[in-house]
Design a protein around this ligand. Structure first.
Ligand code: GAR
Length: 203
């Protein structure tokens, strides 16, 4: 079993897709231990509550104070992996270093194009002929870090921004849960092999 914390501030459609995927029989051994949000009024909060997933809500009076609180809470939940799913706060370098290589992000563009806010609108307005998503590890930059997966589609002549947005979300909901599931499986397998080694006697 491996434990996931999801950080989100918005509608929570990715959060719901991840939670639903992890409740499938083949993924049920992994758990979402908590949702971390900076917005108690965000729709994602009710999606967590209806699934009985604990919510850690932090007010960003200052980033340092908010992150101290998040760290305290994560000490309780001990996640193996953190997935940002529309968490609209930039994490400090100290925070990223603390959970180094264990934080993932999803972004609705083909990075490095259109990092930052409103990436779908930016991609559409720029006339990009290929649009898509990026799932990547988080480093100290804005929407940067080693890429785990990108998926794209070609723009069609009758695409509107709303259609493009729907296609992007469809890709996000299909691939982010799969990538997370695979990483949780890998973490679990590595832990089991370490446990097995501890009990191997050499006579
Ligand atoms: C998603 O499209 C995600 O890629 C984006 O926020 C949206 C959250 O939607 N993230 C970023 O732009 C990160 N820079 P959701 O709340 O419905 O999951």
């Amino acid at each position: 079993m491996a434990k996931l914390a999801v950080f989100a501030s918005g509608t929570g459609s990715n959060f719901a897709a991840i939670a639903d995927f992890l409740s499938r029989p083949e993924a049920q051994r992994h758990t979402i231990v908590c949702l971390v949000t900076d917005r108690l009024d965000a729709k994602v909060v009710s999606k967590a509550a209806s699934r009985n997933i604990p919510v850690v809500a932090v007010r960003y009076i200052s980033r340092a104070a908010a992150e101290d609180l998040i760290i305290q809470e994560l000490e309780k939940y001990q996640p193996d992996l953190i997935a940002l799913a529309g968490f609209m706060r930039i994490l400090s370098t100290d925070f990223v270093d603390r959970y180094s290589t264990r934080i993932l992000n999803i972004h609705p563009s083909l990075l490095p194009r259109h990092a930052g806010l409103n990436a779908i609108q930016q991609s559409y307005a720029a006339g990009d002929q290929e649009l898509g998503i990026t799932i990547h590890y988080v480093d100290h930059g804005l929407d940067s870090g080693p890429v785990l997966l990108q998926r794209c589609f070609a723009r069609t002549s009758d695409d509107t921004e709303a259609k493009v947005e729907r296609r992007i979300h469809k890709l996000e909901h299909e691939y982010y849960p799969q990538v997370i599931h695979k990483l949780l499986d890998d973490i679990d397998a590595e832990r089991n092999s370490l446990d097995a080694k501890q009990f191997t006697r050499e006579d």
